[in-house]
Write a protein that binds this ligand. Structure first.
Ligand code: NAP
Length: 248
């Protein structure tokens, strides 16, 4: 396998949770890492403390200028071999609060396609190098979750968008681009802080599995094996039965 040295990665949504752990792990493994998110104090601290993290940009994926932030990050790194998109928000929303629903769609669908699209265009214009484009969706994509409508639907959108890009890369003969749809189960991060969700995974272990999946150019990875089993059964449930079930 090619060494990780001299390879550069951008991690979008690196200030906490899964993105934070993936950024640190890549840096430890010799990647040159550029990080982004909205919280500048955390980004600058990470750059100070971790030698492999060589650049940062304050990026709000919901801003039309976000793509310029990504371009500046790539310019600082010199090149990009991996784009990892971890930015995302989500809420339990049984009251169907409009602000929560719309902000989730904005960040997880609009913001995601804005940045993933920009990364894809960058990779398409650099056919001389192998490239990995990895995005976190979720097992919440499997079925429509009544307790978190926008979140669940936004993760389906993410998965579907990646499937579209997979087909587009075939149509356009962009064989050097590897797309990865990462579908974790519950992970102990600020996103689900205070919740009583069962089977919560450790973010460091999830990050290790993600980095392994990227190295193997896996197209889809559900994390971990227990969730793989769960999702397998879950997707067999017919719609008429699913909508009658109370899943909170
Ligand atoms: N935790 C879980 O159980 C779980 C399970 C499956 C999938 N996921 C998915 O994994 C991804 C990472 O989640 P996490 O659990 O690591 O949550 P987290 O700890 O809350 O991290 C979310 C990251 O997204 C960034 N972000 C949020 N809004 C942003 C915006 N508008 N622009 C740029 N960055 C933004 C945050 O950075 P700033 O606040 O600094 O902008 C932060 O770095 C999400 O897509 C989430 O849906 C999580």
């Amino acid at each position: 396998m090619k060494s990780d040295y001299n390879k550069s990665a951008v991690v979008m949504g690196a200030t906490s949770g899964i993105g934070y752990e993936v950024a640190l792990l890549l840096a430890q493994r010799g990647w040159k890492v550029g990080i982004a998110g909205r919280r500048e104090e955390i980004l600058s601290q990470m750059k100070k403390e971790h030698p492999g993290i060589v650049a940062y940009e304050v990026v709000d994926v919901n801003s039309p200028q976000a793509t310029e932030g990504l371009q500046r990050l790539i310019a600082q790194l010199g090149q990009m071999d991996l784009y990892f998109h971890s930015s995302g928000i989500g809420f339990q929303n049984l009251s169907l609060d409009a602000e929560k629903e719309l902000s989730t769609v904005e960040t997880n669908c609009l913001g995601m396609s804005r940045l993933v699209g920009e990364a894809f265009r960058y990779f398409a214009s650099h056919p001389e190098r192998e490239a990995d484009l990895a995005v976190i969706s979720s097992i919440a994509r499997t079925k429509g979750l009544g307790a978190a409508p926008a979140y669940s639907a936004s993760k389906r959108f993410t998965s579907h968008y990646l499937e579209c890009l997979c087909q587009q890369k075939r149509i356009r003969h962009l064989d050097h681009i590897h797309l990865i749809d990462i579908r974790p189960g519950f992970v102990r991060t600020p996103l689900i802080e205070g919740s009583r969700f069962p089977m919560q995974l450790d973010a460091k272990e999830v990050a290790a599995e993600i980095v392994r999946a990227i190295a193997q150019h896996k197209g889809v990875v559900t994390i971990n094996w227990l969730y793989r089993l769960l999702v397998w059964f879950w997707q067999l449930i017919p719609r008429w039965l699913w909508v009658r079930m109370r899943i909170c």
